[in-house]
Design a protein around this ligand. Structure first.
Ligand code: FRU
Length: 321
């Protein structure tokens, strides 16, 4: 039987902020290393219904493998299960679905991150303070898990309490509105934003109301976003939340080529604060510079391939005539 030449991977991405663009880029760059992989990315722009339709569209296109980052866990579960039950290998990335019916998961442990954030805040504030928590979208698993991990560890610290918790839906504009209301109503010592852009929003609002001495913590720590905010003192800390884009393509290829793979691929995290941000940023700058060289090399090779193929067809034409 003839071996299949190319694998078509369809990726259903839920939103298009900087973190998501980083994930897409990682996938595109990793896929470019394999000539037998074709990658299609559809973006639902935070619209769960649209994501369902896009997953259906990828199924209809007969993709060989699906990668899904679900906007909301509940509503995306049935269509993800449907794909899996039809025999399409399905990788869930970053946000989870409410089912075990998938081929592999790639992402960090958000309950653990929530716990780490609480321990860190407790250590840095002598176990006391009034916290303002800005949650992600309640229907998405990282928001639920970050909140529950956070609350679990806070139980150990009677003088460290959540005074107000709001749903910021991962979005800086919504976080800003809710922060304005909360800051007018209560006094806080600490802000925990479930991601850096919401934490940054809260800081802006606090600045505009002349509220000082806030200890602000976020999550994601992208080199040109969260890490920079920590360097500038806008955030006191952020936690690295790896996108898993590269890993997802590697796992996809292992699945497609019949290699062994793990169902659970849990990615690590780490705190970024004033104690390590300078060295981390320097290292990230170097990594990104190399990344850039690699990218340019990959496109050079692609160009040469095209030139080579053109010349070969010219040669064929010449030989035939
Ligand atoms: C991006 C994002 C990140 C967050 C992740 C959780 O869309 O909101 O900021 O860490 O999603 O799924």
């Amino acid at each position: 039987k003839e071996k299949k030449e190319t694998f078509h991977i369809g990726f259903s991405q839920c939103a298009s902020d900087v973190w998501r663009e980083t994930m897409n880029k990682e996938m595109v760059m990793t896929a470019a290393l394999y000539p037998d992989i074709q990658l299609t990315i559809l973006n639902a722009e935070e619209n769960t219904r649209r994501q369902e339709l896009q997953i259906q569209e990828l199924i209809n296109k007969n993709v060989d493998l699906l990668i899904i980052s679900p906007n909301e866990s509940g509503p995306i579960t049935p269509i993800a299960e449907e794909a899996f039950n039809q025999g399409i290998p399905t990788i869930i990335i970053d946000r989870e679905i409410n089912s075990e019916n998938y081929t592999a998961f790639v992402g960090a442990d958000n309950t653990q991150i929530g716990k780490d954030v609480a321990s860190y805040i407790a250590n840095m504030n002598n176990g006391r303070g009034a916290i303002f928590e800005i949650r992600g979208m309640d229907g998405s698993s990282p928001a639920k898990d970050r909140n529950s991990g956070f609350m679990e560890v806070l139980k150990k610290y009677p003088d460290l309490k959540i005074k107000e918790s709001v749903e910021g839906k991962w979005l800086p504009e919504i976080a800003a509105q809710k922060a304005a209301t909360a800051f007018n109503e209560y006094d806080f010592d600490i802000v925990f934003g479930h991601n850096d852009v919401m934490a940054q929003s809260a800081r802006r609002v606090a600045d505009s109301l002349n509220i000082n001495n806030l200890f602000v913590v976020g999550i994601d720590a992208l080199p040109n976003l969260g890490m920079e905010l920590v360097e500038q003192g806008v955030l006191q800390a952020s936690f690295i939340y790896p996108t898993g884009g590269k890993k997802a393509i590697e796992v996809a290829r292992d699945i497609l080529t019949g290699k062994t793979f793990q169902k659970q691929n849990i990615l690590g995290t780490s705190v970024v604060d004033s104690s390590n941000v300078t060295v981390l940023r320097l290292q990230m700058d170097q990594v990104m510079a190399f990344q850039d060289i690699l990218n340019r090399q990959t496109s050079r090779i692609k160009e040469q391939e095209i030139q080579f193929n053109d010349q070969r067809s010219l040669l064929n034409v010449a030989l035939i005539s």
